[in-house]
Structure formats: C-alpha cells, structure tokens
Design a protein around this ligand. Sequence first.
Ligand code: PGA
Length: 256
Amino acid sequence: MAGHKKLIIGNWKMNLGVHDASVYLHKLDVAIQGHRDVEVVVAPTALAVQPLSLQVNRHKMKLAAQNFYWRDFGAFTGEVSATQLRGLVNYGLVGHSERRHVFGEKIKDSREKVQAALRNQITPVLCIGETEHERASGEMRDVLHDQLVGGLANITSEEINDIVIAYEPVWAIGTGRNASPHDVEAAVLTIRSQIAHLFGKEKAAAVRILYGGSVTADSASDYLRIKGIDGLLVGGASLKLHEFSEIIKKAHVVVQ
Ligand code: PGA
C-alpha cells in the first residue's frame, strides 16, 4: 500500500553455503548502493544466519529465516526455534509451499509458527497459494481462505500490523510459469477482503502483500505495479546477483 517501501525478499532455499552466502551478500551490498527506498531481505540457509547477521548492514538489508520450529526450546532434534533466531533475523517465512507440499506442514503448523515468530520479535511472512488443480476446480478462494484464516487464527488486531502475506500460486513457483498480473490482482483483492472480514477494512488495507512465483528481472515491474502489491518474494532469480539487483532496481524505479 502507499506509504510502505517496496519489500523484496530473496529466498535462497537450500543453496549457497556459508562462504558463498557471505560473498554474495557483500557483492549485493555494493550492487544496490543508493536504493534505500526499497526494503531488501535475504533468506539464507539456517547455517549462514548467524555469520551473516554480523556482516549485514541493517540499514540496507535484513535477514529472514526460511523456516523454524514453533516451540521455543526442548527435545526437538534437528530443529531451530524462533527464540534461537531472535535478534538475528527480522523476518521468518511461514508456510512456504515447499514446506507444505514437500514436508507436509499443515495449517496448524503455520498458525503455531506465526505466533512463535511474533512472540520472538520476528515478522512472519505467511505464504499462501493454490495448486493448479485447486485453481482449475474453482477452489482458489476457499484454499486461500483456509490458509489465511488458519494461519492467522489467534492473532490480535494489533499483531496483524506486523504480518506480511506472500501470495504464491504453487504452480508458478520454480516453474517459469507466470501468473498473469490480472489474476494476481484478483487474488490480492480476495486476500484483503478476507483479512477485512477478520480485522476490519483499515487493517486489511495496511497489511503488506507480496507476490512470488517465477519472478524475474523482466517480469518484476509488471508485478510491482499491481494495485495492492507491496513487494516480491523471489526464489530462483535471487541466486543470480545481477538479476536480483535488477529486480531491486525495478522496485526503486516503481517507488519513484
Ligand atoms: P521462484 O520461487 O521465484 O523460484 O519461483 C519463489 C519462492 O519459492 O518463494
């Protein structure tokens, strides 16, 4: 919405080790000098979060966790909690399509994670989106509704101010297939009206909503210009320094 900086999040997924992530971050920092009107966030491997948190110039860039467990501490072998990430990252992805579809995360998990993030001063980025089959069978509205209402249940009308929603149609993630700006605009309207139903119109208008799914430097401006879109969640293209900096530059231009 007007008044927000555009938010561009690069999700590196299970790519780049600690060293390569650090080198990339340094080069990105140099490449995007002078784009302070864009909020740039990268989500590295969990291993790199701590070293990058020491390296990152937080006036220019922030870090996000790709995932975390919702309990704060305890006997949960192999997990990292939002409490352990507190102070290291500003954002945390929740319910990314790969978490839902590859790792079987349920709506209940997103709900717990949204709350865990909030109680640890991490802004949750709740990712929602329909599969191709759900879209074809006319279930898109219901799917978005269930993921949204399920993920945001138990959130207060104060806390909704600190939540980002990412609309990512599953069929457009990592496939090179583009959702049309028209379809994205319709989905964003649906999302805002569902949030309005829960928290009122004013809150719904203020929630930041991102688009994600095969965004490239070529398509970025088309998505950034969509009414109601506040930024982008970029996967594959965020691994290419030149392409990702171009996307950030496009966001800078759109803001002008
Ligand atoms: P993609 O990934 O840009 O490679 O489609 C987006 C995402 O997974 O958030």
